[in-house]
Design a protein around this ligand. Structure first.
Ligand code: IMP
Length: 195
């Protein structure tokens, strides 16, 4: 399907753009990007973080804007790092998480993604999640963040061992993006041509 319409995504993360772009392409939308709001809000809720950032970006650009926020929730660590995933990735990284998990038998984890889309309609929010396990060691070189240590349910490979098409079959972000697609289909009248 030729993508004549677009969704503006506020992010500097090219992996998110590629993953969401592939899903939205299937429903006829291109992803264009705009700089993410400078404020990195601290909250226990991905919904609050994504919605606040989307509202700020909509206010700044005057155009409908989507923001995606995601986190890795590890059961044995009571949901850590959750909404603090970005900070934890930058500080202790993959090695730190593997170390914290070294003596844990329960390796269950969950990735959650929230996409908030702000526009004249207000803010709509779409959620996606994928269950899986934390690998014993980092594997693979594709993707970003915690991809090398996350194995989704139904696979034996980490996200970092998958091409985007394969990761999207499982991923939290692709699930949230498919819900955004549905909403775009049902609400195309709200979106001005070319917006
Ligand atoms: P953000 O705040 O939405 O950018 O995501 C928080 C952090 O979670 C990122 O910096 C990554 O380390 C991690 N993360 C989020 N989504 C993914 C994913 O799909 N794969 C691997 N890591 C992810």
């Amino acid at each position: 399907m030729a993508a004549t319409r677009s969704v503006l995504l506020a992010t500097g993360n090219r992996h998110k753009v590629a993953e969401i772009g592939l899903v939205l392409g299937d429903c006829g939308y291109r992803v264009e990007t705009v700089e993410a709001p400078k404020i990195e809000l601290q909250s226990n809720s991905l919904e609050t973080i994504a919605s606040t950032a989307a509202a700020l970006a909509y206010h700044a650009t005057g155009k409908p804007v989507a923001v995606e926020d995601a986190g890795l929730f590890i059961k044995a660590l009571n949901g850590f790092p959750g909404p603090y995933s970005s900070y934890v990735y930058k500080t202790i990284g993959l090695k730190g998480i593997l170390k914290l998990m070294a003596s844990e038998d329960n390796r269950e984890a969950l990735f959650r993604s929230v996409i908030a889309y702000a526009g004249p309609w207000g803010i709509v929010v779409f959620e996606g999640e994928v269950r899986g396990i934390i690998a014993m060691e980092a594997r693979g070189s594709q993707g970003f963040g915690f991809d090398p240590i996350f194995i989704p349910e139904g696979s034996t490979r980490t996200f970092a061992e998958m091409k985007i098409e394969e990761k999207n079959k499982y991923s939290h972000r692709a699930k949230a993006a498919r819900k955004l697609c549905e909403w775009l289909r049902e609400n195309s009248r709200l979106l001005a041509p070319g917006s």
